[in-house]
Design a protein around this ligand. Structure first.
Ligand SMILES: [Zn+2]
Ligand SMILES: [Zn+2]
Length: 276
């Protein structure tokens, strides 16, 4: 972070300025100087003008129609609404989850605790899914945490695989790697440096060939929770040894679909056949 970051944070380190930003967020249209001052409810015009001036440029713009939030201002107020800077603690669950542990077969449970969402085994140490989430994540989703965690992880991983870092929006690049669980998909952000890794077969979850395979068998891969996609853990290296291609087989009824994931995490060589 640079001096620019310090200047930006100090520009909003004031309760009155945050109120100005929130009022502009709540307004349907740009506000004139006097309308905005009335909303914020500050009598002293000079003081108000000073604080508004500190926000102009990066967070607030003045157009012919009045004052409005710039992109940075909307991002800032949006992150205040997410609760990520203002709400610590908090817990929802644990709730029982439809599904069983891939390792020991015991029941699963979902829990939200202090900006972390998790689907865990109730018996062994396996964590099926763990993800950082803002407090707003549980808003209205308290009754089905498991579905919320499933949806959130799919959304962020889709963004990563499509080339957009969910943390900073910078470009991402992926490759295959080996670990104890077999082939892994590793995605790095080229801007902020954050790194994510998951099972290689994950890359195929949203692939059109997989979607239509499920569809042809009257099922929906999108409506199937990740912990019910048992093939996610089954990817193997092509030719057995760790290399630049991994393959996984999806089986439904009397048919199988084999997809191959290349080193840059593209899905190629889709092969579909009847099983015996
Ligand atoms: Zn277990
Ligand atoms: Zn990033």
């Amino acid at each position: 972070m640079t001096d620019d970051a310090e200047a930006a944070f100090s520009a909003v380190a004031d309760e009155l300025r945050v109120r100005i930003l929130r009022e502009l967020w709540d307004a349907d249209d740009p506000l004139s100087f006097s309308e905005l001052r009335e909303c914020v409810d500050v009598q002293d015009s000079g003081r108000f003008n000073y604080h508004l001036g500190e926000l102009r440029g990066l967070f607030v713009e003045q157009t012919e129609d009045g004052y409005d939030l710039r992109f940075a201002g909307r991002k800032l107020v949006g992150s205040l609404h997410s609760g990520v800077y203002t709400e610590t603690g908090g817990m929802v669950g644990p709730q029982s989850v439809d599904g069983t542990c891939v390792l020991c077969g015991s029941d699963l449970e979902a829990v939200y605790e202090d900006q972390v969402g998790k689907v865990d085994c109730t018996d062994c140490e396996v964590t099926i899914i763990q993800t950082g989430v803002p407090p707003a994540f549980v808003d209205g989703r308290e009754d089905d945490l498991a579905a919320a965690i499933d949806g959130y992880v799919r959304t962020t991983s889709r963004s990563l695989l499509d080339g957009f870092c969910p943390t900073c929006s910078g470009p991402t690049a992926g490759h295959l790697a080996e670990n104890d669980y077999g082939p892994q998909a590793v995605v790095n952000c080229e801007r902020c440096g954050i790194s994510f890794s998951g099972l290689a077969a994950w890359v195929a979850v949203d692939h059109p060939a997989v979607l239509s395979f499920y569809d042809d068998h009257d099922r929906s891969v999108r409506d199937t929770a990740l912990w019910h996609l048992d093939w996610l853990a089954d990817a193997e290296w092509v030719d057995g040894a760790a290399g630049d291609r991994a393959t996984v087989e999806v089986r439904l009824d009397d048919e199988r679909l084999r997809v191959t994931v290349t080193d840059d995490l593209a899905v190629t060589a889709v092969d579909r056949a009847q099983t015996d």
